[in-house]
Design a binder for this molecule. Structure first.
Ligand SMILES: NC(=O)c1ccc[n+]([C@@H]2O[C@H](COP(=O)([O-])OP(=O)(O)OC[C@H]3O[C@@H](n4cnc5c(N)ncnc54)[C@H](O)[C@@H]3O)[C@@H](O)[C@H]2O)c1
Length: 451
């Protein structure tokens, strides 16, 4: 099956055009057996901020049990045990190291909500151990990790769903349907953005120190380079450092660009060029606080803009997606969408030279929808795919491509020139320096297995 087919199937399933019950992973189309009591037995790896949010959606599901927790922070694991006891009545096992969890035969699937640099290794080891996986976005720390995750999911015939949950929101699905229907006319200009003001101190500057005794800090570092503990480079704030993540570009940009690729039915851009840097924030971060990334697609351009030194909203939104066509625009975020018809004009110069002539009338109608949170539906989609063996709405391959747009944006900033991207080989054309940034050497002992 071509990857294009996969994208289309993902789209078709998510917009509900077909039930999508067929087996596409090669496993039987009949439901996969769960435990004797019919429940899907889960483990969670990384029970921090996002892990907790995911449990808000997983624990209320009647066909789910959570029986194991792995977190390098004993406090996070302990708090999660108490939550599970309250919600489900059982006491899950806890461990700092997730590997024994993967050896357990009674665990069917794992949720992975570790920092970005810890997505690929446990996800790959989990599918090799026979588990389905729900892994958070962005897909990996770099392009090579994402490719390895796809290869592992396919080879071991496992579901690997990614936490780009907007794909399961009905208003995002409807918005994508409108763009794809051609109603906006020729789509040629797309803007995504994140604006807020954290200037000038941001998270501040903190000295390195001792890691807390309740944390296995070496395991937290995992494949990232060894360095002293610093609270600014740890829980939650790791996302502002290239050793662990990709800054705002991949933290938030992935959600926005994911919808754009879906709406454009594209695998990736043809080129990328980025300008930006750290202009307004005096803190420990090494990822930009100001960014302008321009992607070219055939006949369409996408700009991702990000600033952390000024919070002026764009079209009334501090983040969002604006898709412009020759007949009108679609403005979209988690709060809803609006279709705004355009008006053509006959400019002064043309009128002077050619005289008045009729202008094109646009028939597009104004339309809007309120936002619908897709998180619960996204989790349900994963659990349903566990049973049906159909590809999930945010299959690893789809989310990998969306994540790539973020890696590409950051790589173009690092090398400081416009890059040409080959979506088939997932390499830059004629640019060894940029291609070297598609992967990184993991710390010894944390290499990805051969797939
Ligand atoms: N889909 C979304 O909307 C969304 C929202 C927020 C965060 N996220 C993603 O979720 C991930 C986690 O982000 P967060 O904000 O929860 O960070 P966090 O720091 O609050 O939580 C990460 C947790 O993982 C644990 N951890 C780290 N390494 C581990 C390892 N090797 N084994 C087991 N546990 C380990 C940490 O101790 C911590 O409890 C990130 O990749 C982030 O991008 C997604």
């Amino acid at each position: 099956m071509s990857s294009e087919d996969l994208t289309r199937r993902g789209f078709v399933r998510a917009v509900g055009v077909t039930a999508g019950a067929a087996s596409v992973l090669g496993a039987p189309a009949i439901g996969r057996a769960a435990s004797a009591n019919g429940k899907i037995r889960l483990g969670i790896i990384g029970a921090g901020s996002r892990g907790g949010q995911l449990l808000d959606s997983f624990l209320p599901q009647p066909d789910v049990e959570l029986i194991a927790i792995a977190d390098v922070d004993d406090r996070h694991a302990g708090e999660t045990v108490e939550r599970v006891k309250k919600a489900k009545g059982n006491t899950p096992d806890i461990a700092r190291d997730y590997r024994p969890m993967l050896d357990r035969k009674d665990i069917d699937a794992v949720i992975i909500a570790t920092p970005d640099h810890w997505h690929a290794l446990p996800a790959i080891q989990a599918v090799m151990a026979g588990k389905d996986v729900y892994v958070e976005k962005p897909v990996g720390h770099n392009v090579a990790e994402g490719k390895a995750m796809i290869a592992a999911a396919r080879k071991y015939n496992k579901i690997m769903a990614v936490g780009t949950q907007q794909r399961s929101s009905s208003h995002f699905q409807k918005a994508v349907e409108i763009v794809r229907s051609g109603k906006l006319g020729k789509v040629f200009w797309v803007q995504t953005w994140n604006f807020e003001n954290i200037s000038p101190t941001g998270m501040g500057r903190y000295p390195d120190g001792e890691a807390p005794s309740y944390v296995d800090y070496d395991r937290w570092l995992g494949p990232a380079p060894k360095r002293a503990f610093n609270p600014n480079r740890f829980h939650l704030l790791f996302r502002w450092f290239f050793d662990y993540a990709g800054g705002m570009m991949s933290d938030w940009g992935v959600h926005l660009n994911d919808i754009v690729l879906w709406a454009l039915d594209a695998k990736g851009p043809q080129t990328v060029s980025t300008t930006g840097g750290i202009f307004t924030t005096d803190d420990d971060r090494d990822t930009p606080d100001t960014l302008q990334v321009v992607y070219e697609f055939p006949g369409t351009m996408l700009t991702y803009s990000m600033r952390k030194g000024n919070g002026l909203k764009f079209n009334g939104h501090d983040y969002g997606i604006l898709i412009c066509g020759t007949d009108g625009s679609l403005l979209l975020d988690r709060g809803g969408f609006e279709v705004i018809p355009d008006t053509t004009v006959l400019p002064y110069g043309i009128r002077c030279v050619h005289g008045d002539r009729p202008i094109r009338k646009i028939s597009l109608q104004h339309e809007s929808a309120k936002g619908v949170d897709g998180q619960g539906a996204h989790v349900r989609n994963f659990l349903d795919c566990f049973k049906s063996r159909a590809l999930p709405a945010s299959d690893i391959e789809i989310a990998h491509r969306s994540t790539n747009t973020c890696h590409l944006g950051n790589i173009a900033l690092k090398v400081g020139r416009k890059l040409a991207w080959d979506t088939a080989t997932e390499t830059f054309k004629n640019d060894p320096e940029a291609n070297a940034l598609l992967s990184r050497e993991p710390r010894k002992g944390f290499e990805l297995p051969n797939i």
